[in-house]
Design a protein around this ligand. Structure first.
Ligand code: DC
Length: 212
């Protein structure tokens, strides 16, 4: 075999992009879809949260563009069933009010986004597929995904799903995430919109699988 030949990877599954606002059901649906298809899932929100947590942990101002970008470039972190950053298990801490309040500033930083988008594409390339959830997956990270989904739900239902964050904080975060300059949340070209307000997870998973 010629060692210099480019490696050809075998695709191990479809690429599924899931976007939507806070509380729209992305994590529940993407987890169920990945389990049904036997493929991996990546929660890209947890990556932005890990960087936000580390900024707070190191007393870096979340709005300090240069310092947070440098942090994103150098931070050692791992996002899977558990999330680790700076050698700590931060799985629960990244869901707390402090990180939720800071994460939109971190996510609005274009330098942070370019570092994390690269890591997200790498994650998919290593597996040859997967379910990836976030805000810009269908539009920026994986515009060639096999299926793009935009999940939505009524504001009341989304707030009900995030009792620890509170309706006002959820609305504020969605406003910041949808109006920022770089890769704002929106419906990607070619995305199918699913309203999860009154639907079961199994029903939504069946619908998405039928599109593959
Ligand atoms: O999905 P989540 O609520 O855990 O995401 C946390 C924040 O990260 C969210 O307020 C916006 C940001 N985010 C983003 O800008 N782009 C992504 N692909 C994923 C999340």
């Amino acid at each position: 075999m010629n060692n210099t030949a480019p490696q050809v990877r075998t695709l191990t599954g479809p690429v599924i992009a899931i976007d939507g606002p806070a509380g729209s059901g992305k994590s529940t649906v993407s987890r169920a879809l990945a389990a049904r298809l036997g493929i991996d899932r990546l929660d890209t929100g947890a990556m932005y949260r890990a960087v936000a947590w580390a900024a707070l942990h190191r007393s870096i101002e979340p709005q300090d563009r240069k310092a947070v970008a440098e942090l994103a470039r150098t931070l050692v972190f791992e996002v899977g069933e558990r999330v680790e950053a700076d050698g700590c298990d931060v799985t629960e801490a990244i869901r707390g009010a402090e990180v939720s309040g800071a994460v939109s500033s971190v996510a609005a930083n274009p330098d942070v986004r370019s570092v994390l988008v690269e890591r997200q594409r790498q994650w998919v390339a290593e597996r040859g597929g997967g379910v990836v959830e976030g805000r810009d997956i269908g539009s920026v990270v994986l515009p060639e995904a096999d299926v793009k989904i935009y999940l939505t739900a009524s504001a009341e239902e989304r707030a009900r799903r995030r009792p620890e964050e509170g309706a006002d904080a959820v609305a504020r975060r969605d406003r910041l995430d949808s109006t920022r300059e770089t890769s704002p949340l929106g419906v990607a070209e070619g995305a199918r919109i699913i309203d999860t307000t009154a639907r079961s997870v199994g029903d939504i998973v069946d619908e998405v699988i039928a599109w593959l």
